[in-house]
Design a binder for this molecule. Structure first.
Ligand code: FAD
Length: 467
């Protein structure tokens, strides 16, 4: 083997002696991949097929000891680090160029305690892994709306999901986390241990360390009355106003996603998806306005197991396609925002792309904006455009269209992004990242100063230390 060219934390190149890399590899239980190794190219792939970065080293961790070894190695040799959980982040923050990717994708176990109604899940688990185990006991907690999203990134950024109307965001259901910090120690973060770190993990992203496991509160869930109703594009404005009025007047049992998409037969439609998590008899009455309007082109709202709902959007967001996302938080959906969206959607370049409003949820809105690091508690929803296409030749067209849409929509939003949808500072700019943390930014900087003063964990929506 030859020496390895790596990227340092400051972005410079340097040569690492082969002996140092071999020593890291020998100390891991999981494999260490370098360019040219069998498995390297598979290991650097993430959900978004646009992401084509080549880490110098990929440590596929088998357990906490491997994570500690990776962190200490990076510290000792000043190597740029990225952390991969579910690998589902659209801007691809999990994969660095030239550094060390600490890869948790083999750490996916989930253990449920049905008596205490809690679950402990490793940092590489996806919501499919988590829901499978928890639903075996009829339990669940708020998770993502696509089953192969990682629990780690989603929880650390906040976590919007179907159950948030009743149970709050995913981070509101976090009870504790095991964290490998930049100095290679393992800390427990909870309401009683390292409570400041626990606060920061609930919305502060991957800034404070590698979370090797998460412990969540669970709730009895399912079956649910859920699914999607579709309405003709000729009535798009009225249907989106119906969505807005419905979303702002629902009981805690319901949460919603509304949007515009192109149906499989190539026709633009309005889609309203709902989940009613409660008594099915009461649900019929609450959801009636959606089922009577129009009438819908299709009404697929029906009783279903919660796990089935959790895969409803999977086909529309298949792994490996080319993606670009832009989104912002919205406190209200005004008629002007609806008019703009409907007008623009008529020119969307790819039938695979869609625009959406994902509602935060009543219980998520009731939490104080400073109670956790997630600050957007007054937002009704996240608005976004997930553009998707197949051919690299169409990259510029789709990315440009998405950016232009985001610009014309911006005045109708709070101007703040959801942390989980944005990329690195070099792509987004300092102000945008700062705005995503809102009023909690200064407190997060103080935490960064304490837990990661050398900014080892910078390949994310980075909070810069000031020490
Ligand atoms: C199609 C689609 C649907 C989505 N749906 C939802 C949704 O319903 N609700 C919602 O809230 N969000 C949603 N998201 C956003 C999602 O929360 C983020 O993409 C999130 O980053 C995914 O987490 P991951 O572990 O898969 O990410 P990865 O790509 O693995 O990691 C992203 C970043 O998270 C951090 N990270 C990951 N694992 C760890 C760890 N173990 N320890 C420390 N830091 C870590 C790192 O900073 C990393 O760069 C969706 C995204 C997409 C593309």
């Amino acid at each position: 083997m030859t020496d390895t060219r790596i990227t340092t934390t400051s972005g410079a190149d340097k040569i690492l002696e082969d002996a140092a890399v071999r020593q890291l590899g020998a100390g891991l239980h999981g494999p260490l991949f370098r360019s040219g190794d069998a498995g390297y190219d598979e290991a650097r792939k993430v959900w978004n097929g646009m992401i084509d970065r080549r880490p110098a080293l990929i440590a596929r961790c088998a357990g906490v000891a491997d994570v500690i070894a990776g962190v200490r190695f990076a510290r000792e040799h000043d190597v740029l680090v990225s952390v991969r959980g579910g690998g589902h982040n659209a801007p691809g923050n999990a994969v660095c160029r030239g550094g060390l990717m600490i890869d948790l994708s083999a750490m996916r176990s989930v253990r449920v305690d049905p008596v205490r109604r809690t679950a402990r899940a490793e940092g590489g688990a996806t919501w499919a892994d988590f829901d499978r185990e928890t639903q075996a006991f009829g339990l669940a907690t708020t998770g993502g709306s696509v089953s192969d999203t990682g629990i780690a990134g989603l929880t650390l950024g906040g976590g919007l999901g179907w159950l948030a109307g009743k149970h709050g965001l995913t981070c509101d259901n976090l009870l504790s986390a095991d964290v490998v910090t930049a100095d290679g120690r393992v800390l427990v973060a909870s309401a009683t241990d390292n409570a400041d770190l626990f606060w920061g993990l609930r919305g502060g992203g991957g800034n404070f360390g590698v979370v090797t496991s998460f412990e969540y509160r669970l709730h009895p869930v399912g079956p649910v009355l859920a699914g999607m109703a579709l309405y003709p594009f000729s009535k798009a404005k009225e249907a989106l106003k119906l969505y807005r009025d419905f979303a702002t007047s629902i009981p805690d049992e319901v949460n919603t996603i509304g949007g515009l998409l192109t149906s499989p037969d190539g026709v633009p439609v309005v889609a309203i998806a709902v989940c009613y998590n409660g008594s099915l008899e009461a649900a019929e009455k609450v959801l009636r306005p959606l089922r009577e309007f129009g009438p819908p082109l299709a009404d697929q709202i029906a009783p279903m197991p919660y796990r089935q709902l959790q895969t409803l959007l999977d086909a529309a967001t298949a792994r490996g396609r080319r993606y670009h996302i832009k989104s912002n938080m919205m406190q209200r959906i005004g008629d002007d925002a609806i008019d703009t969206l409907v007008k623009r959607f008529a020119t969307i370049p790819s039938p695979l792309s869609f625009v959406f409003f994902q509602q935060l949820g009543n219980a998520a809105n009731r939490v104080d904006a400073t109670a956790t690091a997630f600050s957007h508690r007054d937002a009704l929803c996240e608005w976004g455009c997930l553009s998707s296409w197949l051919e690299p030749a169409a990259d510029d067209l789709n990315i440009q269209w998405t950016r232009e849409l985001a610009e014309v929509m911006r005045p109708f939003t709070t101007g703040s992004d959801y942390v989980n949808q944005i990329g690195l500072e070099s792509e987004e700019g300092t102000e945008r990242i700062r705005a995503a943390y809102g009023m909690n930014y200064d407190r997060l900087v103080a935490l960064k100063n304490k837990y990661d003063p050398s900014n080892l964990f910078r390949h994310n929506q980075n909070i810069k230390p000031t020490v």
